[in-house]
Every structure is written in C-alpha cells, then in structure tokens.
Design a binder for this molecule. Sequence first.
Ligand code: NAP
Ligand code: SF4
Length: 669
Amino acid sequence: MSPYPHLFAPLDLGSLTLPNRVVMGSMHTGLEEAPDGFGRLAAFYAERAAAGVGLIVTGGIAPNAEGRLYVGAAALTTDEEAESHRLITAAVHAAGGRICLQILHGGRYSQHADAVAPSPLRAPITPATPRELSDADVRATIDAFARCAALAVAAGYDGVEVMGSEGYLLNQFLAARTNQRSDDWGGSAEARMRMPVAVVRSVRDRIGPSPLLIYRLSMLDLVDGGQTLDEVRTLAKAVERAGASIISTGIGWHESRVPTIATNVPRAAFAPVTAAVRSAVQIPIIAANRLNTPEVAEEVLAADADLVSLARPFLADPEFLAKAAAGRPDRINTCIACNQACLDRTFAGLVASCLVNPRACHETVLTLRPTNTKRTVAVVGAGPAGLAAATTAAARGFAVTLFEADDEIGGQFRLACQIPGKEEYAQTLRYFATALAERGVTVRTGVRATLDDLAPFDVILLATGVTPRIPDVPGIDHPSVVTYAQVLGDHVRVGDRVVIMGAGGIGVDVADYLTTPAAAPETIEEFYAQWGIDPTFASPGGLVAPIPEPAARQVHLVQRRTSPIGAGLGRTTGWIHRAVLAQRGVNLVRGATYERIDDAGLHLTVDGQPLTLEVDTIVVCAGQEPQRELHDGLLAAGKQVHLIGGADEAAELDAVRAIRQATEAAAAL
Ligand code: NAP
Ligand code: SF4
C-alpha cells in the first residue's frame, strides 16, 4: 500500500479525472516573455507532466494591456497569441498531463503608466498611482477576463485559473483597503465582491461547462483593511455559485509584511485557513504554501484540503511525484524555500531557476548527455559546488571520486543548517548523499587530497571552497575574536554582548542565530503570534498585534559601508531578516571604520566620532577568500583542472552561482 494514499487518490472533476491530488501551482518563470520562451516553457512543463504532476497551472498571463505587470509582460488577447500557446498545451498533453492558464490582472501592482485599480491609491510597493476604473472600464475588464479564458481554451488549455489573490486587481476590489468606490462595485462587502464574482460568471458563460475554472481566492490578506474570514467564506460560496470548479488558496498580499512562503514559515502553516474556508463550499479546495514534502502534503490532504498546490518544489525536482509514488522520498531534491534563484530572479526581470536544480527553466539549454568516454573524474571538496559537480558527472556516466577534508559532506551548507529557519538546507545534503550513493560516486571523507592523490585522474574539478576573511585590524588576534565558522561549525562559546564585524548575508544570519531565544517559535501557533496572524482569522486581513520575541543576547551588527544594512539581501526575503533584527533590538552600525580590538571591546570611528562597543565576543563575518592551493600544482602537472564555486570566485559567493557553475562544468566535460 502507498505511504501516501490521499496524495495518489484520483479526483473525478466531471469533464476530466486527475490521477492524483497535486497541482503544480502558478509560477512566473520569465520565459513567458523570452524570445524563445514558449519552446522552453513547453519543455519545462512537459518534463513535470511526464513525471506525474496531476494538473499544471501556468504563470500569470494578462487579459488586457492594462493588466500586464510591466511593459512587455505576456498577455493573451488575440487569436495569434493563442496560437503560440499551442506549443505548450500540445507538449503537456503529449506527456500525459493537463494544464490550465492563469489569468492575472495586476491592478495597482502593475509597474507601468497605464495601471488601473478600483480606486486611485498607490500601493506601497509600486512607484505610481493607478487610474480609477470607470463603470464601463470595470465591465470591459470583466469581458477581457472572459475573452482571455475563451482564447486559452481554444489554444488547448484544459481550463483557466482566475487570479483573485495576492493583492492583484480582483483582490483589490474585495478589500476596503483598496476599494473606496461608491458605485455598484464598492461600498459594502457584498458590493466589493461583485466584480470578482462577475468575472467568474462571465468566464464560465464564455468557456462553457466542461473546462476547469479554478478561482485563486485570498483566504488571508495579511494587510490592514483586508477581508475577514466571514467575508472570505461568503465569497467562496458566491464563486462556487458563479461556476468555479475548484477554489485554490491564496495567502498574503505582496505588500504584506508577514512572511508566507520563506524558510522561516513552518511547513503547512496556512492549512488551517484552507480548512476554515473548505467547510463553506462543496467544490474541491486546494491548500498551498510551504508544502514541500510528500509527508506534509499527505497530512494536509488527510485533514484540510482536497488538493495541494506545490510550485517551487517542482522547480527543485521535476520528479517529486514519481519518487514519492515509488516510495523513495529520500531521492527528492527538496525545495528549501530560499527564493534565491526563483522569486528573487523573477522580480529582477530574469528567467527563474532553482538554487538546488539549475536545470529548472533551462531544460533545453542545460542538458546532461551520457558520456561515451571512460575518463576518470576527481572532485575535491564536498560543499554545494563539489556535490553538484560529482553527482552531475556521475549521472553522465563518469567514474567519479569525491574528496572531502572534513569528516562529513556539506561545506558551507553545514553551517547554513544551523541558522534558525534554514534547517531545510539539511534536506539538500540528504538529497546529495542519496544521489552520491546511487550514482556510484566513491566518497573519501576525512581526506585532504594531495597532488599525489589526484595524479591518477583524467579530470579534476576543484571545489575546495573558501576560508573566512580576517580583516586587518589591530588586535584581531585578541581572544574575544572568533569567525562565523567557529560559531556555527565548532559551536565555540559566545558571550552575552556581541559585535558582528560584517553585515552581509552571513553577518545577518549570525545575528539571527545569536539572538534567537531558547524558546524560539517552532509551532504554527507560535509563528502566528510572532508575526501577528489572528489564529481565528476573524479580524480584517487576519491581523492582530504581534508578540515580539525577546533577544537572547545584545548584538551590534557593523559594516563599513554607509548603505542600509541588509540592502544586498534577497528581494523577497531581505525584509524578513531586517524585521527579525528589529524585533530583537539588534544595534545596526554602518559607515564604521575599525580602529582596534582590546580588552574593552571593538573601537570604531563612526561619523568622525570615536565609539567603543563593549562586548565579550567579536564574530568576524567579513566575507571569504578562495581556497585553491592545489590549483597551481595541478596545472604544472599538466592536468585538466576546473575551478568551481568559492574556490573560483569567493566575492559575494552564493550557492546559486556555486551549484550552477558546478553543474555546467560537469555537463560540459
Ligand atoms: P558578503 O555578503 O560579501 O558580506 C561580507 C561583509 O563583510 C560585508 O558586510 C562587508 O561590508 C564586510 N567586509 C568585506 N571585506 C571586509 C574587510 N576586509 N574587513 C572588514 N569587513 C569586510 O559575504 P558573506 O556575508 O560572507 O556572505 C557570503 C555570501 O553568502 C553572500 O554574498 C550571499 O550570497 C550568501 N548568503 C546569503 C544569505 C541571504 O541572502 N540571506 C545568507 C547567507 C549567505 P563592509 O565592507 O561594508 O564592511
Ligand atoms: Fe525552492 Fe530555493 Fe529552488 Fe526557489 S530557488 S525553488 S525557493 S530551492
């Protein structure tokens, strides 16, 4: 019997039957607008359909020019545009899958001069004030949704998803925060519902009874002036009556200051709100957000929902479901919710990918051909770059030996696992450990490879990583000074008063680590309390006053630059880190000059004034230097050698670059 009976139970939806309960949720990949994007999207979706995804929802496509999120964003308004989508629908159907097109109107989130909204109110995350839609504009917009849906069905899609959450146009109509109209489309909660419900009715009328119509419903707005649970349940019933076949869970507006999908959000944190809405309707309901393992999905399906939507986990591993069906969840490359290669890239206008799977959205350009040579490959260093290189080369059929000086694999990821909220990074190491064993890589841990060790190999991939940079400051060898690697890796003792030198990604992480109270939030209830989520969901927007955590220590976080601390962190997660530092009262010092370290602590000059931070421990987080002492010797010996990861370039090193570079190097051997 399957360990996941709910996950793999078919679902009869009348016009079609889904083979399992997993929907691949909508993700904008950036390929929607790329010149060769539709062919690449077809390959991306087809690979996931072939591996058993029950139903795919595309990234958001605008129903008209005003609704595009930015100039040049994809829209579906003409027969000609519909024709280009056939590449996608044909590929997915040929792979045995089903796919719906998501219709997304940005409303006031659209980043262009023609943005429109229920009321002329600028969003805190956009530069311009939108134009207020007239009554005639509202009716034309409803019609545009219906036209887009009809074109999608004509292009071969199995249905559409109407995007009604995340603070986009339809959600803006629903909330008093953004809808201050006094005509038929605003005023009471009932009147604010009219436009989204009319969209559903109009779409159903236009596409007929058979195609799927999913409505993505904002169950928890997480903004002041958002909807109450009562209003959300009433909306769900109205959407059902108007012709929706499925309701999907949306959580949080983009302008919300509550984390909803980042690593620090507990798994399945929002399943309770899905359950609270489910009891209002008869149609199937989809749960979403932080469902990244088959076990968690199974638990949610057993209790709270009819279907689950997983999006990023299918970037991380196209074969998520096939591996679960085979009873091998240990083979799944788990999404670690970092957002670094997916959402952060999408918001920067780049093509998305995945930190742990650089092939995501690059299926046609990063191909892994079986090798027909018998060359032997040594990989030196089992951090993220070395692990990716070794497993990729082995997958291609090379005989691979992996050397690691430590007793365990993992490198910088072993340190990252220590950070509160980054425990998921251990899943990546579990995945790599399984892949190394399955692909027959010879792993030699506890061995610092020498030139003699490497002499027999045809090709050497040097992934020897980095060492912490030690700043040239008088007194840096004082006993109070430790490196981040000693704190996170060796767990050296840290006092109650701490200064962190360097406020990059690692400095911020270490500040979080050192200030996390012993009783840090772990349960969903504790997470709700910390971020001010109403556990009854009854209040407007589902918000109540947060209960900030006390800090475990007094921490000063210092950098030399004058730019805001944390400015270089990821776009979708940096604000969470900054909020946590503020909650814990971390003292941020920028524009500092390091003068000296002595028994009193760290002496600085800031704004021309001397400042002494009296502390017990000074933690150095001042970046890294590459570690590549074998390189010259290997070149001198005439070896084919490639530097990858931090050993190649330590500045601003991040795991996205390390894993991608390693995978590409191994793919090109
Ligand atoms: P980093 O981001 O490059 O930051 C290094 C810090 O050290 C900076 O604050 C820099 O600021 C300071 N610094 C540099 N040279 C110095 C010197 N000679 N003396 C004193 N201070 C110096 O490096 P990191 O923090 O080690 O992180 C490495 C990479 O890991 C990051 O680039 C990031 O990609 C990744 N990472 C990301 C996250 C995340 O996004 N959440 C978390 C962890 C790691 P000043 O020069 O202004 O003093
Ligand atoms: Fe998940 Fe990070 Fe990959 Fe995005 S980049 S899919 S968050 S592992």
